[in-house]
Ligand binder design. Structure first.
Ligand SMILES: [Zn+2]
Length: 58
């Protein structure tokens, strides 16, 4: 689990805002029930506090 910060455009408040980005690896099941690991990235806007979760399928 790592924390980093990045300036980017927030979809919620529309500002160019600093985001705290937390990356973690989670396990999900696909349609056939097989487990697989994906990267989940949570961006928290420091302006509006909104969270955006992106799952990066590898
Ligand atoms: Zn925002």
């Amino acid at each position: 689990m790592e924390d980093k910060r990045e300036e980017c455009h927030c979809d919620k408040c529309g500002n160019e805002a600093e985001m705290t980005i937390t990356c973690q690896t989670i396990e999900i099941e696909d349609q056939s029930g097989a487990k697989k690991k994906v990267q989940q990235e949570t961006r928290t806007c420091t302006v509006c506090g909104g969270e955006m979760v992106t799952v990066i399928d590898e």
